[in-house]
Design a binder for this molecule. Structure first.
Ligand code: DHE
Length: 549
């Protein structure tokens, strides 16, 4: 609770001055204000913004909140909405008292969040094993390229599992709510980023893979990647890393071997279309270019895709490409030349050419596209296509990505695959070049049954060929899962033979990771135990290293 609250108290006292007397919000003691600010930070800021300007969720400015009224806000927070707002009350994540407190807090001006300088980051920087003391070759006989990293979100840890044997290799302390894993260019290191802005470097060659360095570079973050360029312009494999921050809105460039912070670049700026200043212009997805020593960075609120050249540090060259507002998650096409990213509140996917450094297209796909990194297919008719699911509509849309070989389909929706039942709720979609299938989840669907389902799509016919109720399969296999559990983030093993899926429950309920045989679409193995708490994202070393999805 103290993480965010410590600076809120001071801000709160200052903040009183800006509340207008004629629309005085409900009174809160400084302690209640601190508590409410922490709840807001943990549950709401990701979608609605620290300054409540809105992005994936609508703006929650005090004047709007006061108009809506406390009862309305309480209802929404308790029940959620079909558009993707979680039902925090129904899920049991927030109590009625907490929801009441939050509703009152939203009537107040948001407390100004703190800044962070390089010297603050350096105070949090720890190298547990210096590069010269690390193994020169793997110290174990395991197939580390088929390791799976599993986020245990609410217990602040990640698990490393051997994908060949399904044995737990280690549980690593990473800090609050890790959001994603990424692999270094060689695959030897796993990097994680927490919602609290803490980056962790894990060495998979150690006898017992564990963290070798960590640093906190902001208060709120969602993305991390490494330098993956190797070519005529140099060899940058495992040399650098980058974190994308929500607050303070910035990118932070780090040493890839030690995570020492080297350079901060603010992403606050002007919107691409109306040229209005946005202080809270947050960094969403980041991918590493294979064409240049550069990262492709999505700046959510201004609607720019930045191409950040890291070859001349400490100088940084940024190409700012005008794209679309509210950029969120995205990934490469199969050639790794085009970056496709969802502008989710504009119902569009934006395509950027990393080679020519220019915008290629903006394509309407459905309500709130949410691809994760998307799924790439070689289709007999359309050539290379890339597909995304949606939070707000029940379709998977596939876009042609081969302007040379199949120009008639390029940057057009060539297929819309309907999922059963109402509403969207899809977060992630995954495939593998060795597989005939695409797997799609639906954890945000408000329907209790649909949020437990995954859908298998045939890559050739582009039709759903199987609907799997994962919780039901687990029950039949003798594993009873909590009633409120939902299914999230399918991930292939390195061979494209298995699909691993998380059963996402609450912190106090152990759940499971379900492993399916991709060919038969049957449950093959259940990984469970007291340590399996709130599993969310699962990441295979080989596919994450080589951007295979
Ligand atoms: Fe995520 C990816 C932001 C909620 C699990 N999530 C991303 C990315 C962003 C993002 C910007 C792209 C990173 C990249 O590729 O570099 N996510 C946000 C939010 O702002 C949001 C909506 C609200 C929040 O408060 O965080 C949010 N995300 C969630 C969840 O509720 C999920 C399901 C569980 C969790 O951790 O809270 C979740 N997000 C993930 C995962 C990925 C991700 C597993 C990576 C997918 C991949 O395959 O690459």
């Amino acid at each position: 609770m103290k993480r965010f609250a410590s600076f809120v108290l001071g801000s709160f006292v200052l903040g009183w001055g800006v509340i207008k007397a004629e629309t005085k919000p409900p009174e809160l003691t400084p302690e209640e204000m601190q508590k409410a600010a922490q709840i807001y930070f943990d549950r709401c800021a990701g979608c609605h913004g620290m300054l409540r300007g809105g992005a994936t969720g609508p703006p929650l400015k005090p004047e709007i909140m006061r108009q809506r009224g406390i009862d309305y806000i309480k209802w929404i927070v308790y029940n959620g909405t079909p558009g993707g707002m979680p039902d925090w009350g129904k899920q049991g994540v927030l109590t009625k008292e907490e929801i009441e407190l939050l509703a009152k807090f939203l009537m107040h001006e948001p407390p100004p969040p703190p800044e962070m300088a390089l010297k603050d980051m350096l105070k949090t920087w720890h190298v547990y094993v210096p590069p010269e003391e690390r193994p020169k070759k793997p110290e174990h006989k395991r197939n580390w390229k088929n390791f799976m990293g599993v986020i245990l979100r609410d217990i602040g840890k990640v698990a490393i599992i051997d994908g060949d044997t399904k044995e737990l290799v280690n549980i690593v302390d990473t800090g609050f709510a890790v959001h994603i894993f990424r692999s270094s260019g060689t695959g030897r290191y796993f990097l994680t980023i927490g919602r609290d802005g803490k980056a962790t470097l894990i060495d998979l060659w150690m006898k017992k893979p564990d963290k070798v360095a960590e640093v906190k570079v902001c208060y709120d973050a969602r993305s991390i990647d490494t330098s993956k360029y190797e070519g005529v312009k140099g060899n940058y494999m495992d040399k650098l890393a980058i974190v994308g921050c929500y607050w303070p809105p910035s990118i932070v460039i780090l040493d890839g071997q030690t995570l020492k912070p080297l350079k901060i670049v603010s992403t606050s700026g002007y919107t691409y279309d109306t040229e209005e200043f946005v202080r809270e212009a947050r960094v969403a997805s980041i991918v590493a270019s294979h064409y240049d020593p550069a990262w492709i960075v999505s700046v959510k609120e201004t609607g720019h895709v930045w191409i950040v050249d890291y070859s001349k540090l400490p100088d940084v060259k940024v190409n700012m490409i005008e794209a679309e507002r509210y950029l969120h998650d995205g990934g490469w096409d199969s050639s790794k030349r085009y970056f496709l990213v969802a502008a989710n509140m504009r119902n569009k996917v934006v395509v950027v050419d990393a080679k020519e450094k220019k915008l290629v297209a903006k394509i309407e796909t459905g309500v709130k596209p949410h691809p994760g990194r998307g799924a790439n297919i070689k289709h007999p008719k359309y050539g290379s296509i890339w597909c995304t699911g949606h939070i707000g509509s029940n379709n998977v849309a596939c876009i042609g990505t081969d302007p040379k070989g199949h120009p008639q389909y390029a940057w057009k929706v060539v297929a819309n695959i309907e999922l059963s039942g109402p509403g969207g709720g899809t977060l992630f979609i995954k495939t593998h070049p060795n597989s005939k299938h695409i797997w799609v989840d639906r954890p945000l669907n408000p329907d209790n049954k649909l949020k437990r389902e995954v859908y298998v799509i045939d890559k050739k016919t582009l039709k759903v060929i199987k609907t799997i109720d994962v919780i039901e399969d687990l029950k039949k296999a003798g594993y009873n899962m909590p009633e409120n559990a939902r299914i999230v983030h399918p991930e292939y093993d390195m061979y494209g033979k298995e699909v691993w899926i998380s059963v996402w429950g609450r912190k106090d309920q152990p759940t499971a990771i379900a492993v399916y045989d991709d060919k038969t679409m049957k449950l093959k193995k259940v990984i469970t135990g007291d340590w399996v708490r709130t599993p969310t994202g699962i990441f295979n070393v080989y596919t994450t290293t080589h951007d295979i999805y």
